[in-house]
Design a protein around this ligand. Structure first.
Ligand code: SF4
Length: 310
């Protein structure tokens, strides 16, 4: 199996690229993901020539703008170089299916990197790092996450769902684009899209309903932008309930009355937060397997990524 290209802050892989010559190896991450991911390590601070070891840097606010400066020498401003590096990576990052960043770093952090006032004395807020922020600006639909956030099973599930879907898109649609490959993809992801965003699923349905049989790059680009936005939306409990009810409706003619009642009860309990989602899905999946209903068996909703990754 071809591994999936995923960008990663190099220090997370154990490379000694930090300002103090050390690393921040996320052993659990390499253990869990290396079988599937072809990690592409990038250390922006090394790549812009800051060297190892190097002066530590900070985010500082200067006239409403966030700058990256050396802690002990405010005349050393690295902001432009880090933005430029992210721009130089644009073609390569188009081939990535995701990116895992190191948290808290003024270059790589995504969410809550400390921002100091201009003299560097006091913290006045938080922001994203200079390189990661520019990466997101250049690739707004790239699945990105901080390594520490992936410890949360819901965050990890959402990230993996998006990464594996994009890999599927690259391998099965982009490689030989056609209306047929697009429709096949849409069919397999239909329930998953429904779970993430019903309005965006509706837009995708509409796009395909209007598609003719020619190879249409505009159609492909529009579809990709919408499907990636769709999966970027966090699935809510009510969306899952709608998917479960849809599946049950499809299965109903093939089930015994008692089985239907049992499944309905499970879905109700899940809706009322009294039952685990994976248990309902397991029960539905068992019935689908017995029914051998192809249109449901092929749905990515039931296993959007290898289950042992969670
Ligand atoms: S956080 Fe980013 S810039 Fe800092 S050492 Fe790691 S890869 Fe390099």
């Amino acid at each position: 199996m071809d591994k999936i290209k995923v960008g990663v802050s190099a220090c997370l892989l154990g490379q000694n690229v930090r300002y103090d010559g050390g690393h921040k190896h996320a052993q659990w991450m390499t253990d869990a993901f290396s079988e599937w991911f072809d990690f592409q390590p990038i250390c922006p601070e090394v790549e812009v020539g800051l060297g190892v070891p190097r002066e530590p840097i900070n985010l500082v606010q200067v006239e409403n703008k966030i700058r990256v400066r050396a802690v002990n020498n405010p005349n050393l401003d690295h902001t432009h170089k880090l933005h430029l590096l992210a721009d130089q990576y644009i073609p390569e990052l188009e081939t990535f299916c995701g990116y895992i960043f190191m948290q808290k770093s003024p270059s790589c952090g995504l969410h809550k990197v400390k921002v100091f006032c201009e003299d560097g004395e006091n913290q006045i807020g938080v922001a994203g790092g200079a390189f990661s922020t520019q990466v997101i600006k250049n690739h707004p639909s790239l699945p990105v996450e901080e390594a520490s956030c992936l410890a949360d099973s819901e965050v990890r599930a959402h990230f993996l769902t998006r990464v594996f879907a994009h890999s599927d898109w690259q391998k099965n649609v982009l490689i030989s684009p056609s209306v047929k490959s697009l429709k096949d993809f849409h069919r397999r992801y239909w329930l998953l899209f429904k779970a993430h965003s019903e309005p965006l699923l509706h837009q995708l349905d509409q796009l395909l309903a209007d598609a003719n049989n020619s190879n249409n790059s505009h159609l492909l680009n529009s579809y990709e932008a919408i499907y990636r936005d769709c999966l970027a939306a966090r699935p809510q409990r009510n969306n899952h309930v709608a998917v479960m009810c849809h599946v049950l409706n499809e299965l109903e003619p093939l089930l015994q009355a008692q089985q239907v009642l049992n499944l309905e009860a499970m879905i109700n309990q899940y809706q009322n937060q009294l039952f685990n989602k994976s248990k309902v899905i397991e029960a539905l999946l068992e019935c689908i397997k017995v029914s051998t209903k192809e249109s449901l068996l092929e749905q990515k909703y039931f296993e959007p990524y290898p289950s042992k990754l969670l």
